[in-house]
Design a protein around this ligand. Structure first.
Ligand SMILES: C[S@@+](CC[C@H](N)C(=O)[O-])C[C@H]1O[C@@H](n2cnc3c(N)ncnc32)[C@H](O)[C@@H]1O
Length: 176
């Protein structure tokens, strides 16, 4: 094991298609497994067989992450019409979809990856660790946010301590 990190990969974030409320019955086999790295195979296999991912597809959410925010907001009642919201690590857009569904119209999102539009949200493709990003988001929002959502997470490298430190680093930058 070396401490060297592999180069970051850019993946396309496509809204998922299909799925049912109940999820899938039998585990589905990957038809494209041979063309993928083991970690990509594992991610795709989880995605294809995950009942929450299937439920998200059935409800038109772009990611299963939508249910994390739904549960949080059902408890904390953060999302209300008229507030300003920033969504850090927005791709593919599940959290922004939930915020818009709950009446938020003033919302900006940022991600390293491209995201299909979610009206009326404004979304930019940028690295949030760029010092220019925070001020730009506030300028786009027309003022300071009432709520900052962050689900930012770097691509994992499979080394637990490294992955933990990289995730914590992003959280700290988001809190600042
Ligand atoms: C778990 S996903 C977010 C899912 C999203 N909340 C949703 O509901 O669909 C984490 C996202 O953080 C993004 N990310 C990681 N590092 C970032 C950075 N430095 N700046 C902006 N986005 C970043 C990744 O590209 C990835 O799309």
């Amino acid at each position: 094991m070396t401490d060297e990190l592999p180069p970051a990969r850019k993946r396309m974030v496509k809204p998922p298609m299909g799925g049912t409320e109940e999820g899938r019955g039998k585990p589905a086999r990957l038809k494209t497994a041979k063309m993928r790295t083991p970690s990509s195979q594992a991610w795709l296999s989880r995605q294809v067989n995950d009942p929450f991912a299937a439920k998200a597809r059935a409800h038109g959410y772009r990611s299963r992450a939508a249910y994390k925010l739904t549960e949080l907001d059902d408890r904390l009642h953060l999302l209300k019409p008229g507030i300003r919201v920033i969504d850090l690590g927005v791709a593919p857009g599940g959290w922004t979809q939930v915020a818009v569904e709950r009446g938020v119209t003033s919302i900006v999102g940022v991600d390293l990856l491209p995201v299909d539009p979610i009206s009326p949200a404004q979304i930019i493709e940028m690295d949030f660790t760029d010092p220019a990003c925070g001020p730009l988001l506030i300028q786009m929002l027309g003022g300071p946010p009432d709520v900052v959502l962050s689900d930012m997470a770097p691509n994992t490298v499979g080394h637990r301590k490294t992955d933990h430190l990289r995730i914590m680093g992003l959280i700290e930058i988001g809190v600042d």
